[in-house]
Design a protein around this ligand. Structure first.
Ligand code: PRX
Length: 632
């Protein structure tokens, strides 16, 4: 039996049971019957948790773009593959058919080849949400180059460090990007970044805003004339199942961002399979994920998962509040969206607006609504269910990570009884477990602990680019023989409920932020002696950042220093990492070994001042009272 389509609880139970008892046969059938391969595999899955070595579909040959494009041409060549909805609603939407997308990807692949890009080379994409971004992603995959998309909200410093880390030689960018009423000068940011990246020899530039930019001769080239001259044919490179497909950077709790490397076949099989089932996508449906392709959600569930299923996927250039806060719902009505997938932070901010901005639009096309990126609180869940899904669309609260490649825990429409704030049950092939502080698995049906996964799944990241040891240390060392997610969770009869990060990663508006790079930026200020940041609950962002800063002697006003600190963060990490509150403190609570006690700082920021626990073992217990007194 092929378990590719799950449409009722029995299907799910059978698929899940099969996937645990005989994972190889389970995935083999799905892979064989739903994808095109140039050569079959020698084995389905080989793994070694200790060394963190995972191989899926060993020896198989394929090209993911033939699965996303070529194989659909005969049956749905004229169907829209991508609907591009521009930032400005007055600009026409573009319906890009599979035929057209195929041609554009081949042309781009030819251009990249002419510019010297070869199989295995890394290509940085720093682009707004315009069709060229999806086209470039697929063009890289077609020639076997490894794409690394950097979210176009990141600063020049963040961009430069990613370029250098992955050793890219070429960047694809745009003159600028539209974002609501603003224009973002992308090329200028690239120019700044490239002062620190000696290996970059070519910058290909898409014209989007037509703003004035500097073009450096020999290095910078406008893309369009090259595309116009390129051939519409490009034979897809034969890729090994385990050849790298992309690197995507995510924050770690310490040090520089981690370049999560994903490979080809397992990623394709798992993202396609989960897209089909989590969204219950059926032929002819129009699907919309509002994420940016700069994040994993966009990779897996705007580009690869949908296109591998021959789906119509919307790419939205704009923001939810432009020209007003009814924009999402206007687009749902306009394109008769059937599946809508967004982030809790967007829901929370739109829920604050007048309901008239929702009721004005016909949302009756919707069949499934989804949430991703952070826990969705009960109030937001109900607002989304009542006003957008009209209590008539399953709300899928999908839990996963950049590292997992695809959704691991989620309700399935028509299958799972949904419960607010529960991501619910694992998808077939996923074996979650909860671990206690003694590293023992919690066997009871009701439990709370560290969320781990016991068996490999096809789309898991294979390594951290250039640092396999960090990959082992971060994910496979805390609990032997298991993948540690970094999240805590509860489990009961409703399934899994994610309680949040257990490390120093803070999720702000759905974006993972590590404390270390932000503190590094703060500490660069000449008046700052030391700093520590923590998260605290925020109505719209989910979490916001609270910074504790020790100042050196200075003549500058504290208000001025605060502005400059946020400017530094903005330049080095990006505007999303700015601090909401900055408190100047005389010292920071530390352990005797000198480690900052963030737990206490977190409690102060969250106004939980009555439960510090035993602080007598601190190096400087007296400082706690000072920090509490100065609380903002
Ligand atoms: O803490 C979890 C939270 O987001 C983290 C992963 O972030 P990132 O790699 O940026 O990927 C986000 C998009 C997949 C997780 O470790 N998270 C993600 N989805 C949920 C969630 N927390 C609770 N519920 C979710 N549905």
């Amino acid at each position: 039996m092929n378990h590719y389509n799950i449409s009722n609880p029995t299907d799910y139970q059978q698929a899940y049971k099969k996937s645990v008892e005989d994972p190889k046969d389970f995935w083999e059938k799905i892979a064989k019957e739903n994808f095109v391969w140039k050569k079959q595999w020698e084995s389905i899955c080989e793994h070694d948790f200790k060394e963190a070595k995972f191989t899926w579909f060993k020896g198989a040959k394929l090209n993911i773009t033939e699965n996303c494009l070529d194989r659909h041409l005969a049956t749905k060549g004229e169907q829209a593959a991508i609907i591009f909805e521009p930032n400005d609603p007055k600009e026409d939407a573009q319906h890009i058919s599979f035929n057209e997308l195929h041609k554009r990807v081949c042309k781009m692949a030819n251009v990249l080849k002419e510019q010297g890009v070869q199989k295995g080379d890394r290509v940085i994409l720093y682009l707004p949400m315009i069709p060229e971004l999806a086209v470039s992603v697929l063009a890289c995959a077609r020639i076997g180059a490894v794409h690394s998309v950097v979210f176009a909200g990141f600063s020049s410093t963040a961009l430069a460090s990613r370029i250098n880390d992955c050793g890219a030689k070429i960047v694809i960018t745009a003159d600028g990007g539209f974002r609501g009423a603003k224009t973002i000068s992308l090329k200028t940011i690239v120019d700044d970044a490239l002062k620190e990246t000696p290996a970059i020899t070519k910058v290909l530039v898409v014209k989007r805003t037509s703003q004035t930019i500097e073009m450096i001769e020999g290095r910078d080239v406008f893309l369009q004339p090259l595309l116009d001259a390129a051939s519409e044919q490009f034979e897809a490179e034969v890729m090994d199942a385990e050849d790298p497909l992309f690197i995507l950077y995510t924050s770690g709790s310490t040090g520089k961002p981690k370049g999560m490397m994903h490979t080809t076949a397992g990623y394709m099989v798992y993202t396609a399979y989960t897209f089909k089932n989590v969204f219950n996508y059926n032929e002819g449906d129009v699907y919309w994920c509002t994420a940016d392709i700069g994040w994993i959600t966009g990779h897996s569930y705007i580009v690869y998962g949908p296109l591998a299923n021959g789906a119509t996927t919307i790419m939205f250039e704009g923001i939810p509040s432009y020209p007003d806060c009814g924009r999402f719902w206007e687009v749902v009505e306009k394109h008769k969206v059937n599946q809508f997938y967004t982030a809790p932070t967007a829901i929370r901010s739109l829920a604050k607006e007048s309901l008239a901005l929702v009721t004005k639009y016909d949302l009756s096309s919707l069949k499934v609504i989804g949430s991703v990126g952070e826990p969705i609180n009960e109030e937001a869940w109900h607002w989304y269910d009542d006003n957008i899904g009209k209590n008539n669309c399953p709300l899928v609260d999908t839990w996963w990570q950049t590292e997992t490649g695809g959704i691991l825990i989620s309700p399935l429409p028509g299958v799972t009884q949904t419960t607010p704030t529960y991501a619910s049950f694992p998808l077939p092939g996923i074996q979650p477990c909860l671990m206690d502080a003694d590293k023992k698995e919690l066997a009871d049906a009701t439990a709370e602990g560290a969320l781990c996964i016991k068996h490999p799944w096809p789309s898991m990241a294979r390594t951290i680019w250039g640092n396999h040891k960090r990959y082992i240390d971060t994910y496979f060392s805390a609990f032997a023989g298991k993948y540690f997610t970094g999240d805590g969770a509860q489990r009961d009869e409703n399934g899994y409920r994610i309680t949040g990060r257990m490390d120093d990663v803070i999720i702000v508006s759905g974006h993972n932020l590590g404390t270390a790079p932000i503190e590094d930026a703060i500490n660069e200020h000449k008046d700052v002696a030391e700093s520590a940041i923590v998260g605290y609950p925020h109505d719209i962002k989910g979490n916001a950042l609270y910074g504790y800063v020790i100042l050196k002697e200075t003549d500058n006003s504290p208000e001025q220093v605060k502005i400059e600190i946020n400017q530094l963060i903005s330049n080095q990490v990006g505007p999303i990492a700015k601090l909401n509150i900055i408190q100047f403190v005389p010292g920071l609570p530390k352990t005797r070994s000198g480690k900052i006690m963030r737990r206490i700082l977190r409690k102060i920021a969250c106004n939980e001042m009555d439960s510090f626990g035993d602080i007598s073992t601190l190096l400087n217990p007296e400082i706690v009272e000072d920090v509490v007194k100065g609380k903002l």
